[in-house]
Design a protein around this ligand. Structure first.
Ligand code: EPZ
Length: 419
């Protein structure tokens, strides 16, 4: 398994270009199952999760080709079963339920199972699809869904689930009649999926708000579409510029989708400024101070930036708290940060972070995608050497991170390890 070696203490200076969004590309790729003609997607990031999704599409009967950030996909003969050995590596595979039920009237998808950050059930997906006429049985670790064609319905989510909203957008797009989805997730990635489906001929209105209306259509055509930039990757590099006391300019940074994060960074004493040429400048604007953060559904503070801002708070003056309200176990980075000298205490789903004068490099272990990013950020500012193991977690969601960071002055390299 690969590891990253970082010599900390170097302020980052220069420009970083933001890649396409993992969390938009994954549902959009799954939605390709609905297209009756060829689809061409551009600005697709080169990530492990993208490769996993392409494998899944191939198994489900959709031919795909991926090079230089461009995916060409074409459904040949749809199959209805998503195998466990693929689904277990990526929860987002459950997003194929909606398209398969919508088109074939049957879907067999391995239960995604939990992951490092929590149980992550799919009960809201299933209950909503049942409202549209699907029936499910759980059979030896698989969710087996059957329906005689999905019928439009009025559906209220108990919680604004991102995946649940996305699954139902795809299902409702090819259902018979109109579907009203209420208490929907408002994440920008949901909007990107809706825009893609509409480009294929779907009739979706209200994406980005809590109420979305979908008028089912008989079929969806192929199309060309460019995936939105990755706001979480961008947020991670905003923190990188601040934590190293450097000065970065990000290209393709979707500031409009990062309002809650940027507000908190400014509260901490970070300058984030949109430049006339479209770039976004980030640097410290005086000493860093601790803040209080609570993760919320969009447009609140994104849970996917919780670990990263925690790393920044570790080297701020004073203390701050982080309440994780979305996932029940998303503090796996805390013990690893403490190994680097951070002072963090946990009580239930709240972390109390007391800033320290400096962190010290150490061997640490990545546990999930955003925890890995947090450890990289801490390593960039720590005194000495940080070695991060199991960085396959990082490769799921960050395109060429060590290359992008090295290009702006970081002393970071990847070591390949046997086994
Ligand atoms: C998406 O996950 C993202 N993944 C996650 O990003 C992100 O953290 C999350 O949304 C919240 O913003 C992708 O888009 C591929 P949810 P998803 O359904 O769809 C519970 C990353 O780091 N829940 O909004 O799984 C669930 O357990 C990843 O890029 C149910 O209880 O998120 C969780 O506690 C991590 N029942 C909460 O709701 C359900 O049926 C939010 O889940 C569905 C969800």
């Amino acid at each position: 398994m690969d590891k990253l070696i970082i010599e900390g203490g170097e302020p980052l200076k220069g420009e970083i270009t933001i890649s396409g969004s993992k969390n938009a590309a994954l549902p959009i790729l799954t939605a390709c199952l609905l297209a009756t003609g060829p689809v061409r997607l551009t600005n697709v990031p080169r990530l492990r999760d993208i490769n996993t999704t392409l494998k899944l599409l191939n198994i489900l009967g959709c031919e795909t080709a991926f090079e230089n950030g461009v995916v060409n996909a074409h459904v040949r003969a749809l199959k209805h079963e998503a195998p466990y050995d693929l689904v277990k590596t990526m929860r987002a595979s459950v997003l194929c339920l909606g398209p398969l039920l919508g088109l074939l009237g049957e879907a067999k998808v391995a239960l995604p199972g939990g992951c490092a950050i929590g149980a992550r059930p799919v009960d809201m997906h299933l209950r909503a699809l049942e409202r549209m006429g699907a029936r499910f049985i759980l059979d030896s670790g698989y969710i087996h869904g059957i329906c005689g064609g999905l019928i439009g319905a009025r559906i209220m989510f108990d919680f604004p689930t991102v995946g649940g909203t996305e699954n139902l957008l795809m299902a409702a797009s090819v259902a018979k009649g109109c579907t009203i989805l209420e208490n929907c997730a408002r994440e920008p990635e949901v909007v990107d999926l809706a825009n893609f489906l509409n480009a294929m001929g779907a009739r979706i209105r209200g994406a980005g708000t809590s109420v979305i209306e979908v008028e089912g259509v008989r079929s969806l055509s192929g199309c060309e579409y460019s995936v939105m930039p990755d706001r979480i990757e961008a947020g991670t590099y905003l923190v990188a510029g601040a934590i190293t006391d450097g000065e970065l300019i990000l290209r393709g940074c979707p500031t409009v989708d990062l309002d809650a994060l940027i507000t908190k960074l400014r509260e901490m004493g970070v300058l984030v400024e949109s430049l006339p040429d479209g770039g976004v400048l980030v640097r410290r604007d005086g000493p860093l101070t601790g803040v209080d953060v609570t993760t919320q559904p969009h447009p609140g503070f994104p849970t996917d930036m919780q670990a990263q801002i925690m790393a920044l708070m570790c080297v701020a003056h004073g203390s701050g708290t982080i309440q994780e309200k979305i996932f029940e176990n998303r503090f796996m980075h805390v013990p690893e940060l403490c190994r680097m000298g951070a002072r963090i205490s946990l009580k239930d789903r709240t972390a109390m972070v007391r800033g320290v004068d400096h962190l010290v490099g150490a061997p640490v272990m990545a546990s999930d995608l955003r925890a890995s990013a947090s450890l990289v950020l801490a390593g960039l500012v720590a005194q000495g050497t940080t070695e991060i193991q199991r960085i396959y977690h990082l490769d799921r969601g960050y395109e060429r991170m060590e290359e992008k960071l090295s290009a702006v002055g970081a002393h970071i390299r990847r070591e390949h390890e046997q086994g």
